[in-house]
Design a binder for this molecule. Structure first.
Ligand SMILES: [Zn+2]
Length: 155
């Protein structure tokens, strides 16, 4: 695994342990070249998913993007980080077990809302308010932008 700080390829695993109730393996890594420390997660990927956006464009499903948009909707909410990880893993498993490789971005939004509704009403409302404009936003990056708290007005 390449060091994210200096690009050195020869990094060492210091510690591996199960995370998220054995859904993933968490590895702490160390880079002997720069002394950097970072963590990686290893998960089973049942199939490679492709997101079909409403404009018809295809994009590889990116768990990290999904996670960012969900975490932003949960900002400052009293939710255990572990709970969020479990929820995201659950969503991904649902997507992977739908039997289709191609999944409409709209469908992903619906599944996320269902999951959020069960966990936290405020996070659900935040996400849903963006989802209403999903046709226009249509992209998790846009999601992230819209969910970001408004920047304080300039003095
Ligand atoms: Zn390094």
């Amino acid at each position: 695994m390449r060091c994210p700080f200096c690009g050195n390829i020869d990094t060492q695993v210091k510690d591996s342990r199960p995370a998220e109730d054995h859904v993933s393996i968490r590895r702490r890594r160390f880079c002997p070249a720069c002394g950097g420390r970072f963590t990686t997660y290893e998960r089973v990927q049942l199939r490679d998913l492709v997101v079909i956006k409403t404009n018809g464009k295809r994009e590889d499903f990116d768990r990290d993007k999904l996670e960012r948009s969900i975490r932003i909707s949960m900002q400052k909410r009293p939710i255990e980080p572990e709970r969020i990880d479990q929820m995201i893993s659950g969503i991904v498993r649902r997507l992977e077990s739908m039997g289709e490789t191609d999944i409409a971005s709209k469908k992903i939004g619906e599944i996320v809302m269902e999951a959020l509704a069960r966990i936290d009403t405020v996070a659900y409302v935040r996400f849903a308010s963006v989802y209403k404009n999903f046709q226009a936003a249509d992209d998790f990056e846009d999601f992230v932008h819209e969910l970001r708290p408004p920047v304080a007005p300039e003095e």
